[in-house]
Write a protein that binds this ligand. Structure first.
Ligand SMILES: CC(C)(COP(=O)(O)OP(=O)(O)OC[C@H]1O[C@@H](n2cnc3c(N)ncnc32)[C@H](O)[C@@H]1OP(=O)(O)O)[C@@H](O)C(=O)NCCC(=O)NCCS
Length: 215
């Protein structure tokens, strides 16, 4: 497991193959207030408490979790996908309290087009403190600087104003509206599609600094 420090990252990549992704997914990301690291089995109760909250899951594309098994399955799947270079899911940990604040992930990688999708969710106790700007900002820096992605996408419920505002603050642009794309628990909803390009990254996160590559 290597550490990528944000601001001022220090890892670098030489390509974007799936095998290399798997290697580059063994990562801990360190930011001023947070540590982003892979979920482990002891995270299950904290993850369940966050993602069983209907408010947190209001705009998610799955129903709220119900049991510890849901959290365990999530941890197992994240571990497998990380090992196989298919998705990079990290827990967001508050350095000061040691508590688990949420998760963020890169998934739906399309290697030859150098793109992936980003998603994130925080415990209600951590909303409104700019944590996603810090966590997702660092993950995005890692995706562009180290994984060498060209484009990151996010698909959200158009009514999810907090998420739209967080994405815009990260530098994303809304590129489209996909009508009646989801049906969750009998409710049909549209999707807003956001995109961020590598060359736009440095316009985002004013005051957060930038990442450096060395080597
Ligand atoms: C979306 C979410 C991750 C945002 O994280 P956050 O750390 O609370 O966001 P921030 O504190 O950085 O706020 C981002 C911006 O959104 C704005 N915002 C927050 N809540 C808002 C709301 N309900 N309506 C409108 N804007 C809102 C903030 O004011 C801030 O903008 P500003 O800095 O210009 O004031 C968090 O609310 C969350 O986990 N929600 C539930 C899960 C979810 O919906 N995830 C996205 C699904 S893809």
């Amino acid at each position: 497991m290597q550490t990528f420090r944000y601001p001022a990252g220090t890892l670098h990549s030489t390509g974007d193959s799936r095998a290399e992704n798997a290697n580059l997914f063994d990562i801990v990301i360190d930011t001023p207030r947070l540590t982003l690291s892979p979920p482990i089995p002891t995270d299950a109760p904290a993850l369940l408490s966050i993602f069983s909250d209907p408010q947190v899951m209001k705009y998610w594309n799955t129903a709220p979790w119900h049991a510890l098994d849901d959290a365990m399955r999530f941890i197992d799947r994240s571990t497998d996908e990380r090992r196989d270079g298919l998705a990079l899911t990290l827990c967001i940990r508050d350095k000061q309290s040691g508590q688990l604040a949420g998760k963020c992930m890169l998934f739906s990688f399309v290697g030859h087009s150098r793109r992936a999708e980003i998603g994130f969710g925080l415990s209600r106790a951590y909303w409104g403190k700019g944590l996603i700007n810090e966590a997702a900002g660092a993950l995005i820096a890692y995706a562009f600087d180290v994984l060498k992605l060209r484009r990151i996408e996010a698909e959200i419920d158009p009514e999810n104003q907090a998420s739209a505002a967080a994405l815009q603050k990260l530098g994303f642009t809304q590129e489209g509206l996909l009508r009646k794309r989801w049906e969750i628990n009998g409710i049909v909803s549209d999707s807003a599609l956001f995109g961020l390009l590598a060359e736009e990254k440095n316009c985002a996160n004013d005051g957060q600094g930038t990442t450096n590559q060395t080597g």
